[in-house]
Design a protein around this ligand. Structure first.
Ligand code: FEO
Length: 402
């Protein structure tokens, strides 16, 4: 049965929720599901903005048929070719063989690579700044390369200020009927999934997001329609501030995340002692994460959130404990930068992990690694307590506005 929402007088959400998928991109856990958003404009011509994943294909077709009634589908705008949005292109063509497809040159190239069979006569290639009228509505096409793939663009309705923002401003999490940002408590219920989505999916491409934000600042946006998560119709400052910080790698909060890798609880004990000392000295925004238990996508998200990171790790096979190594590799791959880092290392006979972690951090941009370091040889000692006090002082000192 159809399940749609009206956004404006002539624009409908025709997407759907995915509750069954455990891992987005087969990597990132999505316990709250995810939505695949698609939008249908009923103007003199009818225009579909992006499609959806296979998983909700039946719902999607029912939605489109319900909204179109007896009308044909004239155009399909593909802002982003990744299969979670483009999988249904061929099915749409099967249902509406006269539909014309508007997208970028690279997007059509990718469609070919993915094996889509599309008549070149039905394709209309657009570039940055092109516009097209569909009746009352005139759409401006704006390139958005690497947000999140190179072919991506966004579409802006010059008539009513609706921005079809592709992956930008999206989030993990299923909508469950609540389409608009003001129908949910975003800061309470959605921000963690939005941050985890941004940082893990688009986080690497901060400069490209900055470029898109600059373009967006020049247009009068009234509604933002992303391809995942809620549609935004107010409170843009909140969302833009988050995107500005994330894409500039500026922490959201002054705080300490302690990521620890512990085999028998001794490194965890050191992490707890450190947390206690920080709180006792007035820094209570302290959070501990067992690197073996907390999914790396969550660790990455929190890394974008906090200003200070303490890496506390046991030595393993004369190297970095594997889950900690995985976290560091993900940090590097996602271009994490501008953080203050402290190191706590442990090794019962050949403590290598501290220098190896620092070496990896030095391969990242603008990481301030504190000189103060705590070295454990199996478990905490009284001397370690003194080292820990110095480390706490160094962390707090680095937090002072200079
Ligand atoms: Fe939601 Fe880059 O696809």
């Amino acid at each position: 049965m159809h399940n749609v929402r009206k956004i404006t007088d002539d624009l409908y959400w025709v997407g759907g929720d995915e509750h069954r998928l455990h891992l987005f991109e087969n990597v990132h856990p999505i316990p709250r599901g995810v939505s695949y958003n698609s939008y249908l404009l009923l103007d003199k011509k009818t225009v579909l903005f992006d499609t959806v994943d296979w998983a909700i294909g039946r719902q999607f077709i029912e939605n489109i048929k319900y909204v179109l009634k007896d009308r044909n589908l004239d155009y399909m705008v593909i802002n982003h070719m990744e299969p979670d949005h483009a999988a249904m292109i061929e099915e749409i063509i099967m249902h509406y063989p006269d539909v014309r497809i508007i997208s970028t040159e690279k997007s059509f190239y990718f469609m070919n690579q993915f094996g889509f069979h599309i008549d070149p006569e039905k394709c209309e290639t657009v570039v940055e700044g092109d516009t097209k009228s569909f009746g009352k509505h005139k759409i401006l096409f704006v390139a958005a390369p690497m947000v999140h793939w190179p072919e991506a663009m966004v579409s802006f309705d010059l008539t009513n200020g609706v921005l079809f923002s592709a992956d930008a401003f999206g989030s993990f999490g299923s909508l469950d009927g609540k389409l608009f940002n003001d129908e949910v408590n975003f800061d309470r219920d959605w921000i963690n999934d939005a941050r985890r989505y941004y940082t893990n999916i688009v986080g690497k491409y901060g400069p490209h997001v900055q470029s898109l934000l600059k373009k967006a600042s020049g247009i009068d946006i009234k509604i933002i329609c992303p391809l995942h998560g809620p549609v935004w119709r107010n409170n843009f400052e909140y969302l833009l501030d988050k995107y500005n910080r994330w894409s500039k790698y500026i922490p959201e909060e002054k705080g300490v995340m302690i990521v620890y890798a512990s085999m028998y609880g001794n490194t965890e004990n050191a992490a707890s002692v450190l947390a206690t000392k920080l709180v006792e000295k007035g820094m209570s925004n302290v959070h501990m994460y067992d690197v073996s238990k907390v999914h790396v996508s969550e660790l990455i998200s929190e890394t974008f959130r906090y200003s200070h990171i303490v890496l506390a790790s046991v030595t393993y096979n004369l190297g970095i404990y594997p889950p900690m190594h995985n976290y560091l590799m993900d940090m590097k791959a996602l271009n994490v930068q501008k953080r203050t880092i402290a190191v706590v290392e442990n090794g019962s006979w050949a403590c290598k992990v501290g220098s190896l972690m620092v070496q990896t951090l030095e391969e990242m941009k603008n990481m301030n690694v504190l000189n103060e370091k705590v070295t454990l040889t199996s478990s905490m000692t009284e001397d370690n307590h003194l080292e820990m006090d110095s480390l706490v002082d160094a962390i707090l000192d680095s937090m002072k506005d200079k």
